[in-house]
Design a protein around this ligand. Structure first.
Ligand SMILES: *Cc1c(COP(=O)(O)O)cnc(C)c1O
Length: 486
């Protein structure tokens, strides 16, 4: 029997006016929070009692929205990992934008199911994918889909490559099927991001399927070594299925010679995939475009929108030049997902046929809003500013005797260290690790670290639209001060 009307339950607010007031408060508070981000330290460690306070068991009775929000403001909001701060340059992360925050809210309000369903949200995603394809120089009839991150975007590209080039029905038979097919191999430089290992392991090819090609002094793939490996492997009866080029490596921002990789891939009938996680976006700048020339000749690209397009996490895109091959690698059907001629299911669930996700969120809206609100020309200027500011940082490093640049800086990443005359690399490595940790712990700035040819580097990756040159001055001032102190 239906309970009495006053005993019915729902998760909508009991009092919409109260909810509206709290929602306005949340917006006011978060706009303040973003506007004042520069006035806070780049990072602060969490007090032990706050850290320990997250151990309580699951609440059986609710505390109400106002109390939960107060708790959020006290224990969560003050302790992020720092990436929205103007002096955050660690790893490769994005900052997000105020507009992106609001677009996330609008998307969550609509909460459409993005397996497909041919209504406005699906058209937005299709338009966004076409825009990204256009910006990357891909043909209009190419295919793509938004996913959570560069890792999964790249892995999907590799999965299409495997399906297209393996020479047997890998979807039906799997790698265990016939047992007598050639060993499938994938090529990329030693600087390839570690998504490739996750992907190869997950796809059952294993890490051993990756041929790690050495790099030249600019950290770009050694083309002669690649050619030699391909020939040797083919002579041994193996089947090269994919060459991976990097447009912007994670360590130093190097870009492989993509024109030559496209040629080599064609000569050897392999797939050519580009990991352009952040670097691909150099293409939208007239000034930087030539750095990633050849990108547009690839068979697939994985790229992030939550790094160098500055959008809130998560958002990335895989593009596949041949739409049929993209579809063929993933499309599947089930009676409960059958397409109808009319009604809500008209048009089917095209996005679910382009990757692994079925239920998907409306990530496309924040991209659509950002491109419309700012325009590509403006976003390109921010990217150019990031590159120009890193060149400024490099100039200052060159002018400072106690600092040493450890790699060429073709794009937005600089690797350097503090040096003392007469010290071994081992001592300098420990010294620079300590400097890095103190710069972070003192909340001055957040670079990250990496090791290049046995030398520990303080690494700055600038995908931060809030950074100013004075922020880099503050970083160098701290590094040299700490270098003398430690
Ligand atoms: C960040 C990055 C990835 C992985 O992307 P996620 O969005 O973190 O999954 C892959 N390749 C490169 C070059 C990257 O910088």
């Amino acid at each position: 029997m239906d309970p009495a009307p006053d005993a019915r339950v729902t998760l909508d607010p009991e009092n919409w006016d109260e909810f509206r007031a709290l929602a306005h408060q949340m917006i006011d508070d978060t706009v303040d929070y973003l506007q004042n981000v520069r006035n806070r330290p780049a990072w602060r460690p969490m007090p032990a009692e706050v850290r320990d306070s997250f151990r309580g068991s699951v609440p059986q009775e609710g505390m109400g929205a106002a109390a939960a929000y107060a708790d959020f403001k006290e224990r969560i909001l003050p302790y992020p990992n720092g990436n929205i701060h103007p002096r955050f340059w660690g790893w490769v992360q994005g900052t997000g934008t105020p507009l992106g925050m609001m677009a996330e809210m609008l998307a969550a309000a609509m909460n459409p199911h993005m397996a497909g369903f041919n209504q406005a949200p699906a058209l937005v995603e299709q338009q966004v994918v076409r825009w990204v394809a256009e910006l990357m120089g891909y043909p209009e009839n190419s295919s793509g889909v938004l996913v959570a991150g560069g890792t999964i975007a790249n892995i999907l590209g590799l999965a299409v490559a495997r399906h297209a080039k393996c020479g047997f029905d890998v979807r039906q038979d799997g790698l265990q099927g016939s047992g007598n097919h050639a060993k499938l191999l994938v090529y990329g430089s030693t600087e390839t991001h570690n998504w490739v290992f996750k992907g190869l392991e997950f796809m059952g090819l294993g890490r051993a399927a990756f041929r790690s090609v050495p790099v030249n002094p600019d950290y770009e793939i050694d083309l002669a070594a690649l050619r030699k490996m391909l020939e040797r492997d083919k002579a041994a009866g193996h089947l090269p299925i994919c060459i991976i080029g990097s447009a912007g490596t994670v360590n130093t921002g190097a870009t492989d010679n993509l024109e030559s990789l496209a040629e080599i891939a064609r000569e050897h009938n392999t797939w050519f995939h580009v990991d352009g996680a952040f670097g691909a976006w150099a293409r939208i700048s007239g000034r930087l475009k030539s750095l990633v020339a050849g990108l547009e000749r690839s068979d697939s690209i994985g790229l992030d929108l939550h790094k160098w397009i500055y959008l809130p996490f998560e958002c990335a895109c895989v593009l596949v030049r041949d739409a049929d091959l993209h579809q063929a690698a993933f499309a599947s059907t089930a009676s409960y997902l059958a397409v109808a001629d009319r009604g809500v299911m008209a048009g089917g669930i095209p996005f679910a046929n382009l990757g692994l996700d079925l239920t998907r969120g409306f990530k496309a809206l924040k991209v659509w809003m950002a491109f419309k609100v700012h325009g590509i020309a403006h976003i390109a200027r921010v990217i150019e500013q990031n590159v120009g500011d890193v060149q400024y940082l490099v100039e200052r490093i060159r002018q400072t005797e106690e600092l040493e640049l450890l790699a060429p800086v073709p794009l937005n990443i600089a690797c350097f260290r503090y040096v003392r005359a007469g010290q071994t690399d081992e001592v300098l490595n420990r010294l620079n690790q300590e400097i890095l940790l103190r710069v972070q712990e003192q909340g001055i700035a957040i670079p990250s670290g990496t090791t290049l040819n046995g030398k520990f580097a303080i690494r700055v990756a600038n995908t931060n639209h809030r950074t100013r040159r004075e922020d880099f001055d503050a970083l160098l001032e701290a590094v040299t001060r700490l270098g003398r102190e430690v």
